[in-house]
Design a protein around this ligand. Sequence first.
Ligand SMILES: Nc1ncnc2c1ncn2[C@@H]1O[C@H](COP(=O)(O)OP(=O)(O)OP(=O)(O)O)[C@@H](O)[C@H]1O
Ligand SMILES: [Mg+2]
Length: 283
Amino acid sequence: MTAFNDSTSTNAPRSPELSGAAGPFVEPKSGSESALQAVQIKRHFQIGNRELGVLFGVDMDLAPGEKLGLVGASGAGKSTLLHSLGLLDRPSSGKIRIEGIDAWALSPLDRARLRNHRIGFVFQMYHLLPELSAVENVILPGMIDPAGFLGLGGRKRRRELTEKASELLHSFGLGDRLKHRPSQLSGGEKQRVSIARALILDPPILIADEPTGNLDSATGQSILDIIFAEQERRLLSLLLVTHDGNVAERCDRVLHMVDGLMQSSESVAAEDAARVALEANEA
Ligand SMILES: Nc1ncnc2c1ncn2[C@@H]1O[C@H](COP(=O)(O)OP(=O)(O)OP(=O)(O)O)[C@@H](O)[C@H]1O
Ligand SMILES: [Mg+2]
């Protein structure tokens, strides 16, 4: 494993201008017991005149600073749930609360700002913009944030974000890849860029959907080392979908999803986590 973290370089949060900007329009309720909560989430898709049910009333709670794993067979609905939790996809019914705030009840702008500031999202397929360099991809959440244009001025903000992104990429071992485009990066390097993008605005919540699913096991391990190191350093509330039993062992709790429902909202002891992940894989 490579030592990516330089604890002196990117301790979060840093500049109040960058980490909070003007702050989200809706301030999260302080002292909320839950970082992220799903209440009776249902999701169906309309395919022609057929309705395809995917989520059938999912309840889930992620405590502040908790490392929560989510396992389940392919097609169980894990990504669909994560997209709802990450405010990327509106559920058909139910509530998503981010630090106590009913996120889907907000205006689109307020919700966008809440998502931008409070949630980092890491995808299995990276979803980097191919025409942008590594650094440009990382600063993107800061550049599209409406707060970036309130008082700070675009150029100053871009300079500050670029400096912060460079430090973050340095700490992830990508100091000599800052100007590379995604097509010039390996899978593991792309995932490190996407983790930096997820963390650039110092969100308290990190959602990762099979972040190692496209990587060989050694590279995947180095990505997980980064994610868990950042979780510890930033006290992130982490929700991690994985098929990897070793990952589940590193979580505080593991939930098992079956056919669009949580099989049990009970916590699974850490020592049972690997077994649950394995069973989910075999299902
Ligand atoms: N936009 C969509 N339109 C129609 N069906 C969808 C859509 N998104 C997901 N589905 C269906 O929902 C089901 C659950 O998909 P989802 O991607 O959430 O599964 P998953 O648990 O993440 O699986 P995997 O482990 O393979 O990633 C699948 O049957 C899928 O075909
Ligand atoms: Mg998925």
